[in-house]
Ligand binder design. Structure first.
Ligand code: HEC
Length: 135
């Protein structure tokens, strides 16, 4: 039942959705590189203005883990977190390590620059894009 409910929530949310990858390219890519190995990132830290997306996705997945056996629940919570963070970024919510925050500063809020559909689409993309990819 719970699974059915979540599935229909997710489905209904994505019928009219924007394309998540397009949203990423237009609103995130200027700061967040899509793909990079940890080794490359470490040796090119000075060229980065934000953590690469592959790192962000993996770290959030490690942090947002419930004991629920349904994988959908973790994905759903991940999406909620991302949708909120991009319009309300703040230190208390950030799961970045302190070193990264010191280097990059807190993300500027995208409030007023991104609509509900785009937030949903980009958050789903951020989860699904790196399904089988590790940083
Ligand atoms: C102007 C630069 C900039 C843009 C544009 C930007 N970000 Fe960020 N983002 C940052 C920085 C810097 C951090 C690292 C510090 C922090 O966690 O706030 C960050 C961190 C994050 C985090 C990690 C939060 C955490 O707890 O670790 C997420 C998720 C995120 N960004 C998503 C996005 C998405 C999605 C977009 C596009 C819709 C986007 N960002 C656009 C600069 C940016």
């Amino acid at each position: 039942m719970k699974k059915l409910l979540l599935t229909s929530l997710l489905l209904s949310a994505s019928i009219f959705a924007a394309d998540g990858y397009e949203v990423y390219k237009n609103k995130c890519q200027a700061c967040h590189v899509e793909m990079m190995t940890a080794k490359y990132a470490l040796s090119h830290l000075n060229e980065l203005v934000a953590p690469p997306m592959v790192e962000v996705s993996g770290r959030l997945k490690e942090n947002i883990k419930t004991t629920d056996e349904e994988e959908d629940v973790d994905r759903y919570l991940f999406i909620l977190f991302v949708k909120d963070y991009i319009v309300n970024p703040n230190l208390d919510n950030s799961m970045c390590n302190t070193g990264a925050i010191e280097k990059f500063g807190t993300m500027p809020s995208l409030k007023g620059q991104i609509n509900e559909d785009e937030k949903q689409a980009v958050a789903e993309w951020l989860y699904d894009r790196y399904e089988n990819t590790k940083f």
